[in-house]
Design a protein around this ligand. Structure first.
Ligand code: ADP
Length: 446
């Protein structure tokens, strides 16, 4: 344990909702320029405190310090972007079917919003929601994951220092069901934005049904990573490592299934295994470490059970495969060959440093395999053939597609999934729409 934080009772969360309701009027009444200026200051303060925030994040979450610092800057980028977007919320004037009518479309903030965020990106999952919300004129209550409240609270302190008024951005810590229950049950809260597992997302969606809340859901993934015979193999290996082993494999866009075409399978497996075996594992605070510990014992057990299931069904270890000699929550970066669709790791997110390699023969076959999942968040493929690139990008049933890259996320692009990976998009100019209502105003000139 590194710290204690308050565990709020339902009545205290209700007070937060009431404070948000009161703050909404004045915050939404500011000119977009003024909100933008305040958000810009928040961005600048986060950047100025990047090292301290990274240290806090590594302490509570475990990711290597350099990666934590990277997340802090990535988190800040959403605030910079949406501070700018605040000024570009345009309405419309529609040519009317009758000469004496004027048809106008106004964009107005949704109101009081809630966010429930996960532990794997303790800063970015908050700013990706709070920045567009505040930019649009909404106010937000954030419930961070129990595992990572400190980064969230630190962001809250900096928001206050930046001049974000009381009640506009509140961080409420505590037990998920108690805090979540008040937020989803309240009819003052008009929208919930959630990032986490599909299972919890489904529960929250049901809890929001009685009050018909707007929802943004960023849920689980089961990302395919496809390497065709005509790929640049070294680039594919590099991309696979970036996509699979970031945050020790604990991201919803991490490659979960690596499909490698028969002609390059052995060469790819060999190159990948050599690099993976050399990935430095250790405490996130040690220089040069690239793989930190997993978040908790349950996470390690899930990795172990996926591996045991795969090995029992005929998979073969190429490298790694067990808890790391360092003990604790460290796990060896692992590569597995001979993976097949009947294994648990083909259907569920492993959320750990395990790369299972599936062999395939044809493009048609691999598209069918890649799409054979209820998830549809991120997908990746490597090919040097431009025609194939278009065919594959269009055929993959995913919200996001990386071609010849394992890293796709940034503040200017729409992040989100299809199927049971979620609803809505975060980041980009689409991200702010999630926090805006469309009001149609019909005016007769009589
Ligand atoms: P993960 O697998 O990333 O831990 P979860 O979906 O379990 O994903 O958790 C994501 C967030 O959802 C966390 O902030 C967690 O506290 C919260 N959460 C989990 N269960 C509930 C619930 N029943 N009601 C409200 N929030 C919940």
């Amino acid at each position: 344990m590194i710290a204690r934080v308050p565990s709020l009772a339902a009545a205290e969360v209700e007070q937060a909702v009431e404070a948000a309701r009161r703050a909404f009027k004045s915050w939404s009444g500011l000119a977009a320029q003024e909100r933008a200026k305040i958000l810009r200051r928040w961005f600048e303060l986060i950047v100025a405190h990047a090292d301290d925030l990274a240290a806090l994040m590594t302490a509570e979450q475990g990711k290597p310090l350099a990666e934590a610092r990277g997340e802090v800057l990535y988190a800040a980028s959403f605030i910079e972007w949406f501070a700018e977007e605040a000024k570009r919320v345009y309405g419309e004037v529609i040519p009317a079917p009758q000469a004496d009518k004027r048809l106008v479309v106004l964009k107005q903030p949704v109101g009081v919003c809630a966010a429930i965020t996960p532990w794997n990106f303790p800063a970015a999952m908050i700013t990706r929601k709070a920045a567009p919300a505040l930019a649009a004129g909404c106010v937000m209550i954030v419930k961070p994951a129990e595992q990572t409240p400190l980064t969230a609270l630190a962001l809250g302190v900096l928001a206050k220092e930046a001049g974000i008024p009381a009640g506009v951005l509140q961080i409420v810590t505590g037990e998920a069901r108690t805090v979540g229950g008040v937020l989803t049950g309240s009819d003052v809260v008009r929208k919930l934005s959630f990032t986490g597992s599909t299972e919890v997302g489904r529960t929250l969606m049901a809890e929001c049904a009685p009050t018909i809340k707007r929802l943004s859901l960023e849920l689980g993934g089961n990302a395919p990573f496809i390497v065709f015979d005509d790929a640049d193999l070294d680039a594919a290996v590099e991309g696979a490592i970036a996509s699979k082993y970031r945050n020790a494999g604990q991201t919803c866009v991490c490659a979960n299934r690596l499909y490698v075409q028969a002609g390059v399978f052995d060469a790819f497996a060999e190159k990948l295994a050599a690099k993976v075996a050399a990935l430095p594992v250790g405490r996130g605070t040690e220089p040069g470490v690239q793989i930190g510990p997993l978040i908790d014992e349950a996470a390690v057990e899930k990795v172990e059970s996926h591996l045991a299931d795969a090995l029992a069904k005929g998979a073969r270890l190429v490298t790694g495969g067990q808890r790391h000699a360092l003990g604790g929550l460290f796990f060896e970066p692992t590569v597995l060959a001979g993976a097949t669709s009947d294994m648990r790791l083909a259907r569920e997110e492993t959320f750990g440093p395990v790369a299972p390699l599936f062999r395939f023969e044809t493009e048609e076959e691999v598209i069918a395999l890649a799409n054979d999942t209820e998830f549809g968040l991120a997908s990746y493929f490597y090919t040097e053939n431009a025609k194939r690139a278009w065919r594959v990008a269009e055929a993959l049933e995913y919200g996001m597609v990386g071609h010849n890259t394992g890293l796709i996320s940034n503040e200017v692009a729409p992040f989100g999934g299809v199927k049971q990976s979620g609803l809505g998009r975060e980041g980009s100019h689409h991200g702010i729409e999630e926090y805006l209502e469309v009001k149609y105003w019909c005016s007769a000139l009589r």
